[in-house]
Design a binder for this molecule. Structure first.
Ligand code: NDP
Length: 439
């Protein structure tokens, strides 16, 4: 902490993992003898670069670009790109660190990486987004490749941005290859990738509930966010007979007691890029709570009566105040579509209460797992049908849940899937690092 004081999110993520590893190190001190802790918290490589692009008035604009190649013990670096004004090197470092263990839990051969920029896509024209993406890739292309580092999307990076990034990579290298995932279906994308993170978070909840002889069917659900992960979480919840009644964006929280109108939500967010508040113009049953009116130290979405919760927006969007409100309202299942949405105190509340709590690195791993399926399809020049991708996604999510539950039980904390996820993910990476020697 002394050497890099500005990385609070990274310390938060690292502390959670290291705390969970205590019982493992007691039983298996050889990890300490191999100095794995110091090796695993240090990224293999961090790249920072200037992204200079021309806005629509011809004026030069400058942003910071990042790619962190954190750990390649299990395979090529894999992890998304985030474009959001709040992005700092610390944000990318926390996301890259989480990615190592998440990718390990999928059981697939992928290492951990992440990247992005403090570029704000809001209010930019399509041509500006394209020029920014081209400028970003003009530096990034020299650091990535289908067997070295394969970026994907994250906040602010969807199909449109992946298209512009891919076009520029192809222009710079002359190669049509699987260097990015989340590509368009006609040029190397995988069917089912867009839906995978949200669907996976719901499959994870199903697995947690099944283990408790319960089911998602009929449950009233709170979802936060209104982007890629939130929309496909809502879609799968509706398909399985649950009732999602909320979503949110940076402007506030939408509460529709009749159930979220998915077609309307997709139209507002995927087609027209409008604020969620505009939903009210079309649905009288709904209300909108502005972010300025949120409870102190809390977020309105978690204070609404429901049975289950799916945080799908961003990090630290669920505080201890929110966790206590959820528990008081009877929520006994929380499955995280976002990365680190619950802060440390909120996680403590969930663990103490013994509810079904699926941490992001386990519950949202369906996205990166399906990205790896896209890589497999690219390298064999195939495109698999939806049933095949979805069956694999279901099996992967069931396996991740089983690993977390079995590992938690092995360490005498049977309901603590945070401990299970961290130990199971760490062991796979650490064993590979030991096998590969001091490098
Ligand atoms: P999107 O950009 O598609 O959507 C993000 C949503 O969250 C938007 O509704 C956005 O609102 C809201 N949001 C973002 N930042 C904030 C903030 N600081 N305060 C309030 N609301 C905010 O991103 P994704 O859906 O792809 O990602 C959501 C989460 O899921 C992230 O934590 C991401 O890391 C994680 N994730 C994503 C994966 C994927 O496959 N896409 C895979 C695994 C994890 P607004 O539009 O108003 O800014």
């Amino acid at each position: 902490k002394k050497s890099s004081p500005a990385q609070t999110e990274f310390y938060q993520a690292a502390e959670e993992v290291l705390e969970c590893l205590r019982p493992l190190f007691k039983r298996c001190p050889h990890y300490l003898e191999h100095n794995i802790i110091e090796r695993i918290v240090e990224p293999e490589r961090q790249i920072m670069f200037r992204v200079c692009w021309a806005d629509d008035n011809g004026k030069a604009q400058v942003n910071k670009g990042y790619r962190i190649q954190f750990n390649s013990a299990l395979g090529p670096y894999k992890g998304g790109l985030r474009f959001h004004p709040s992005v700092t090197s610390g944000t990318i470092k926390f996301l890259g660190f989480e990615q190592i263990f998440k990718n390990a839990l999928t059981g697939l051969p992928i290492g951990g990486g992440k990247g992005g920029s403090n570029f704000d896509p809001k209010g930019k024209s399509d041509a500006e987004i394209m020029r920014f993406c081209q400028a970003f890739m003009t530096e990034l292309y020299r650091h990535i490749g289908p067997t070295t580092d394969v970026p994907a999307g994250d906040i602010g990076v969807g199909a449109r941005e992946i298209g512009y990034l891919y076009g520029q990579y192809k222009r710079m290298t002359g190669r049509h290859e699987g260097v990015l995932t989340g590509k368009g279906l006609d040029w190397g994308g995988s069917i089912g990738r867009k839906e995978a993170t949200g669907y996976g978070a719901v499959y994870f909840a199903q697995n947690m509930l099944k283990a408790r002889k319960d089911s998602i069917e009929g449950k009233t659900c709170l979802v936060s966010g209104a982007g890629n992960v939130a929309i496909y979480t809502i879609e799968k919840l509706l398909e399985l007979g649950a009732r999602p009644i909320t979503c949110s964006d940076s402007g506030g929280t939408l509460h529709d007691p009749d159930g979220i109108d998915l077609a309307l939500l997709k139209e507002l967010k995927e087609v027209d890029s409008l604020s969620l508040e505009t939903y009210l113009e079309r649905r009288q049953s709904a209300r909108f709570i502005k972010a300025a009116d949120y409870p102190e130290d809390g977020h309105a979405v978690w204070h609404i009566q429901a049975d289950a919760a799916f945080p799908c927006a961003t990090q630290n969007e669920l505080t201890a105040t929110d966790a206590r409100a959820l528990l008081a309202n009877g929520v006994d299942c929380v499955s995280e579509g976002a990365n680190m949405p619950s802060n440390a105190d909120a996680i403590d509340c969930f663990i103490e209460a013994g509810i079904a709590y699926g941490p992001g690195k386990a519950a949202n791993a369906g996205g990166v797992a399906t990205s790896q399926l896209e890589m497999a399809q690219n390298s064999s020049m195939e495109q698999w049908p939806l049933e095949k991708v979805d069956d694999k996604l279901k099996a992967i999510m069931a396996d991740i849940h089983q690993q977390c539950a079995d590992t938690a039980a092995e360490f005498d904390a049977p309901t603590n899937l945070v401990l299970g996820a961290n130990i199971a993910g760490f062991r796979r990476v650490a064993d590979a690092m030991i096998d590969q020697g001091i490098v």
